[in-house]
Design a protein around this ligand. Structure first.
Ligand code: PLP
Length: 393
């Protein structure tokens, strides 16, 4: 194995986990030296608050709240809208099941909305009176947004740093935006999540719920005011926030590394008409190359050949929620089936063709990671080896 093969082979997960280096952990050192791992232990600005301030300033949004993962962030965004049990939430038919899980665990009912050509949720399928919608910017792709939805949540778990054509960051256009620092995301702290919102009252509600429903003042025991309600404990830790602050410092470098490799790959890859790289929008985070193949057979042959050559790749069929057993089987741990026992009968889905076109697109799609941390020379070498494998098919 060449050094390059080894470096790529070792990257079990295609992106994320970059820049972790002892020489670059001053925030973590600071936290350990302070001897405080709980964010509300002291009155002074915690590492978690520093992270939230940094993220809010960078994204240009009023508030950010750090939690343990993006699933909790989605739950906070939903429950802060003060819904009734059984209310419908429109979600993408093509996304990670965490989105459906967040909806269900809040006692709400997911309605699966079919995808457009880019495999983002098609907002034209939404009913005009949709109250709660989660859209997901998958794999760095900027999804089109619906208009006039009172509670639009942008799930940006896979798209930190992506921008709309008008320059605003994804996550800042609707009621709330959610982010993940899971190992397999743009930046990582192993597990980690953030919710952002421009609405002061929404932020106050989320902050209360995430800390036992309390109105805690940092440095003090929590208190419960007249407006208190039950909550949970989603409060993050200082050492996790420290790693997130370190990761966040590298965001620009990471985005630039992805842009560079994307440009190299677009210039290098063959113009095969039966196996096309889909061009990405300017504001996308270029986490991957997306190929659309003429047939499922060709796609599967490409997967086999790339895998045999040690080149990381993945497909998107796993994201097709209308075929997910939890949703098709209306599974629940509750004896009465909660919250499905509050759901209308029949398939809760919006599609023009029973998802046939989406299934076909997913069957013919193939993704290759772009590696921001590789030097330009190495990125060119990777692009060349991808080209060789694809040309030989
Ligand atoms: C990863 C992911 C989530 C869940 O994020 P966690 O931080 O692992 O809870 C939600 N939505 C999408 C689209 C994801 O990719």
């Amino acid at each position: 194995m060449s050094t390059l093969d080894k470096r790529l082979g070792q990257r079990f997960l295609p992106y994320g986990a970059n820049y972790l280096d002892w020489s670059d952990m001053p925030e973590l050192r600071e936290v350990i030296e302070q001897q405080v791992l709980f964010r509300y232990q002291t009155e002074t600005e915690s590492m978690a608050s520093r992270l939230e301030r940094t993220v809010a300033e960078r994204l240009g949004v009023g508030h950010a709240l750090a939690v343990h993962n993006c699933t909790e962030a989605l739950r906070l965004a939903l429950i802060s809208t003060r819904p009734a049990v059984g209310d419908l939430v429109h979600i993408p038919a093509v996304t990670f099941v965490a989105v459906a899980g967040a909806v269900l665990s809040c006692g709400l009912i997911p309605v699966l909305v079919d995808a457009d050509d880019s495999l983002s949720m098609d907002p034209t399928l939404l009913p005009p009176d949709a109250q709660r919608v989660i859209t997901a910017h998958m794999e760095g792709t900027v999804a089109p947004l619906p208009t006039g939805v009172p509670y639009l949540v942008e799930d940006c778990a896979q798209s930190l740093g992506a921008r709309f054509p008008d320059g605003r960051y994804v996550g800042t256009a609707g009621y709330a935006g959610t982010f993940s620092f899971h190992h397999n995301k743009v930046l990582t702290s192993g597990e980690g999540g953030l919710v952002v919102t421009g609405a002061d009252d929404a932020w106050a509600t989320m902050r209360r719920y995430h800390d036992h429903g309390s109105a805690r003042v940092p440095g003090q025991y929590p208190t419960w005011n007249d407006d208190a309600h039950f909550g949970e404990n989603f409060v993050t830790s200082e050492q996790v926030a420290a790693v997130q602050c370190q990761q966040f410092r590298h965001l620009d470098e990471l985005l630039a590394g992805l842009e560079r490799m994307y440009a190299i790959a677009m210039a290098e890859l063959p113009g095969r008409t039966d196996l096309e790289v889909l061009p990405r929008a300017v504001g996308d985070v270029k986490v991957s190359l997306r190929f659309r193949c003429e047939s499922k057979e060709l796609r599967n042959a490409a997967v086999a050949a790339l895998t045999a050559a040690g080149i990381a790749n993945w497909t998107l069929g796993k994201y097709l929620l209308p075929e997910h057993p939890v949703l098709t089987g209306r599974r629940s741990l509750y004896r009465d089936g909660f919250p499905w026992n509050h759901a209308p009968k029949g398939l809760l889905a919006l599609s023009r063709d029973g998802f046939a076109r989406t299934r076909d697109l997913l069957d013919r799609t193939l993704c290759l990671p772009l590696s921001p941390e590789l030097a330009e020379k190495e990125q060119a070498l990777v692009a060349k080896s991808v080209r060789q494998v694809l040309e030989a098919l």
